[in-house]
Design a protein around this ligand. Structure first.
Ligand code: FAD
Length: 420
């Protein structure tokens, strides 16, 4: 019995590792088209910045590790060009055919626009980052344009600024981070100005005059291979799989950035390609490929990014998104301190969004220097458990001066929202 996995990063390797843990006798083969597996793409901006010294430091495991420690065969430079499901085999670019009994598709996503000029770069793979780093070292560019204000565009802008470049960000959307939130856009704009990063929203990128251009307009799922094999594609454009990560084809599972899931707040299909989701989906797909019955419950849409020292965390829906999803949103936004004033407390902003009729929490945002992740995770947990504002207000959250004020900012925001 052979489990074949296409894609050797977060989702694919999580699937392979989990399958091995549950079934010692399965033959497991991972096919990866590039030369590098198992790296933290999330660390790429920090390699550009210089905090991570070498690209190799981002690699977690090697094919040798998987062979020796896990009895998993990982083949690099092995691009799958077709899946022939009736025959249960895939075809590689070299012409070789590889048989499978169970298949996990974990082909990830790719940037919407690829780099066409010598000074244009995407920041999606470890090879992209190596190329960009080399350009920075050899050409010493002074002026950078970043197209796209999603989290990768923001992280890239910050990394380039720290390398001494003057950075301008352009985005054709009106609001930053795809959040549809004017307050958030305004706050980040002011913050970026302090670091001399210009932000132009609602307009196309002007590339003329830039020494270096980062293309970060977004990504699209790699679904062509799956679609040609008859795998159903969902309305987001990503592969449709059930909560067991099973596609419409028997014995074919899918995980990671190439797959859509359910937004637990709206109950609608959602595609939010993130490493944290890819790992969990991969784990579930790998388990179920061995015959287990595990489920992936969906996402709340939790995301955090640090831009020039400001941590920006969001989960669930903004007010505008909640309205568009059919809720009747009410919100409260409070400014508080992340610790008592006598303990050098710093400003933190918490926003909560709820549905007026049901009192159910539908979204939240946290901005600040420190203590943002923990508070965002509380809100995300509340969303996933469909909690109401009433439930939130009296949560038994921790308190001691080095960590939090006696009324945690999340509790203050919940009290405020209840008044509204
Ligand atoms: P991928 O990592 O894209 O891996 C898919 C693999 O499949 C690729 O290696 C590809 O070469 C291979 N492949 C594709 N087609 C074929 C084929 N036909 N044959 C063989 N192999 C194939 N997420 C977070 O949660 N937090 C973060 O802070 C964060 N920061 C990020 C920063 C950057 C700059 C980037 C680029 C991403 C970041 N992410 C972050 C997202 C995260 O890295 C991805 O969600 C995650 O890597 C997805 O894993 P995956 O395995 O689904 O896809």
């Amino acid at each position: 019995m052979r489990l074949l996995v296409i894609g050797g990063v977060a989702a694919g390797l999580s699937a392979a590792a989990r399958a091995r843990r549950l079934d010692a006798s399965l033959e497991i083969v991972v096919l990866e088209k590039s030369g590098t597996i198992s790296y933290g793409a999330c660390g790429l901006p920090y390699f550009i910045e210089g905090r991570v010294r070498q690209a190799e430091d981002l690699v977690v495991y090697t094919p040798e590790y998987f062979r020796k420690e896990r009895n998993i065969t990982v083949r690099t430079g092995a691009e799958v060009v077709a899946i022939q499901h009736p025959r249960r085999e895939v075809q590689l670019r070299s012409g070789e055919r590889v048989h499978y009994d169970r298949l996990v598709i974990a082909t990830g996503a790719r940037p919407l626009e690829s780099a066409a000029q010598a000074n244009e770069f995407t920041l999606h793979t470890i090879d992209d980052a190596r190329r960009l780093k080399q350009f920075l070292v050899e050409k010493r560019p002074r002026r950078a344009v970043v197209i796209g204000s999603g989290y990768i565009g923001l992280e890239a802008a910050d990394a380039l600024r720290r390398n001494g470049l003057a950075v301008t960000i352009y985005d054709r959307n009106r609001n930053i981070l795809h959040r549809d939130d004017e307050f958030l856009t305004g706050t980040i704009r002011k913050h970026l100005e302090q670091f001399r990063i210009d932000l132009h929203m609602g307009c196309e990128g002007v590339r003329d005059g830039a020494d270096l251009v980062i293309l970060a307009q977004g990504i699209r799922p790699n679904v062509e291979l799956a679609a040609e094999a008859g795998v159903e594609i969902g309305r987001t454009g990503a592969i449709r799989a059930d909560e067991r990560m099973q596609t419409n084809l028997s014995s074919v599972f899918a995980a990671g950035d190439c797959v859509q899931t359910i937004n637990v707040v709206t109950g609608c299909p959602a595609w939010l390609p993130l490493g944290t989701t890819a790992n969990k989906m991969g784990r579930v797909a790998g388990a179920n490929a061995t015959g287990a019955r595990e489920r992936f419950p969906g996402i709340a849409g939790t995301i955090i990014v640090n831009v020039c020292g400001l941590a920006i965390g969001q989960t669930g829906l903004s007010v505008a998104q909640a309205r568009a999803a059919g809720f009747d949103p009410v919100h409260a936004r409070i400014d508080s301190l992340d610790r008592p004033r006598y303990f050098q407390g710093k400003r933190i902003t918490v926003e909560l969004v709820a549905d007026r009729q049901s009192g159910r929490l539908v979204g939240g945002m946290v901005l600040g220097d420190e203590g943002v992740a923990g508070r965002l995770n509380v809100i995300a947990t509340a969303l996933q458990n469909r909690m109401r504002v009433d439930d939130l207000e009296m949560l038994d959250l921790c308190y001691a001066p080095p960590f939090a004020p006696v009324w945690d900012p999340v509790l203050i925001a919940a009290q405020q929202l209840k008044k509204v």
